[in-house]
Design a protein around this ligand. Structure first.
Ligand code: CTP
Length: 371
């Protein structure tokens, strides 16, 4: 028996990022669909699974891709959540596209391959312009961050924000709407931006409209220097975004860094890496690096319990100070050879054990880094 395609007879369109990225030749991550002329009951009868809390979105039973009923939205309160959603079979595709943020995100592709582009998204895409669809852009302050994130992604292709869109972004800041965004929303966008090809452009764009002053004021003074250090990283694979952040905030004093982390409700692993990278920066800046400084650094990064932290930090040091990295690596290896269990066998215990361990490690480091 052949299964009936759940989309048979439904009016569906590919929309948003998938249409944009396909036209740009950019890898398409996930595909979103809009369904016109259907009710939630129609969708469920076809086997789609409802997942939307705030608006009617369904997962395709096989592909698991998102199918949203065409809807309109109107602002009803502050921040990202205050919306009145209207979804009904009468809402047209054009009405659905009209509620979207940027023209390049407001194009649709029909099942027979036709491009539906009522807001000239294709022309803006070719002109490399991030332009708002309508004045309703200012109904959603998250769009300030999204737009900056698209700059971080596509500025290598020549994209920039249209002047009148920048004005709306500034308006969203001056009206206080951006300040209403909850930390989690801000951080989700920032984290994504940190993984894009040009993360510095995200912060510069946010500074342009003064959103950075509202959301991450500690970073404002850093922009003048440029944010080049963010791109000087050891090979850290999937943790690239986290390392970029750590390198961004390493120049801040500890208090400012903690204040920023608290306001953004940063995940613990991000705060910890930022502190380790900052400690490493201090070590590299020391005029003399002897056993005391090395020991202090190893203690500060909690190397004894978290030995896996050392190698990537050494790789970071190696980028600017290869001979210091060699000495640190030698010191670390030598300190590792001091085994707590040998000291226990010698009869040390309690506080004395800890003191003797520290003394012998220091001694081992001292010999190793001079060799
Ligand atoms: N959208 C919007 N305003 C928002 C969020 C989303 O107008 N605050 C619209 C845009 O049309 C967007 C689509 O919803 O293209 C899908 O949103 P999302 O999946 O978050 O973004 P994408 O544009 O697909 O971008 P990404 O490649 O980052 O997923």
């Amino acid at each position: 028996m052949t299964m009936r395609d759940p989309c048979d007879g439904l009016e569906v369109y590919r929309v948003g990022g998938a249409v944009r990225d396909e036209l740009l030749g950019w890898p398409v991550k996930d595909t979103d669909w809009v369904v016109v002329g259907a009710t939630p009951q129609d969708m469920q009868r076809r086997g789609f699974r409802p997942v939307g809390r705030d608006f009617p979105v369904f997962l395709h039973p096989q592909s698991q891709e998102e199918y949203a009923l065409a809807r309109t939205e109107r602002k009803s309160g502050h921040g990202y959540t205050g919306f009145i959603v209207h979804a009904s079979p009468e809402v047209t595709l054009e009405e659905d596209l009209a509620r979207r943020d940027l023209t390049i995100n407001a194009m649709a592709r029909s099942a027979d391959g036709r491009l539906i582009d009522p807001f000239d998204g294709l022309a803006d895409l070719e002109a490399r312009l991030l332009r708002h669809v309508s004045p309703a852009f200012i109904e959603d302050p998250l769009r300030v961050l999204r737009t900056a994130r698209f700059v971080a992604r596509y500025s290598g292709l020549g994209f920039r924000v249209a002047a009148d869109t920048r004005e709306l972004m500034a308006q969203l800041v001056s009206s206080g709407e951006v300040a209403h965004l909850v930390a989690e929303r801000v951080w989700t966008e920032a984290e994504k931006a940190l993984g894009e090809p040009h993360p510095a452009a995200f912060f510069h764009e946010l500074a342009q409209c003064r959103a950075l002053n509202e959301l991450m004021p500690e970073l404002v003074p850093l922009l003048e220097e440029g944010l080049a250090c963010m791109s000087v990283l050891p090979d850290v694979g999937e943790e690239q975004a986290r390392w970029r952040w750590a390198r961004l905030v390493e120049v801040l004093d500890r208090e400012a860094r903690e204040q920023l982390s608290k306001r953004l409700k940063l995940p613990r692993a991000w705060c910890e890496l930022a502190e380790q990278v900052a400690c490493t920066r201090h070590l590299v800046a020391e005029s003399v690096v002897g056993e005391v400084e090395v020991m202090r650094w190893l203690n500060a990064i909690d190397a004894w319990r978290r030995g896996e932290r050392v190698a990537p930090l050494l790789a970071l040091v190696r980028l600017s100070e290869p001979s210091l990295a060699d000495r640190l690596a030698a010191g670390w290896q030598a300190a590792l050879k001091v085994a707590p269990r040998d000291l226990v066998a010698e009869g040390f215990k309690g506080a004395e054990l800890g003191e003797e361990l520290a003394r012998r490690r220091l001694q081992a480091i001292s010999v190793a880094i001079q060799a």
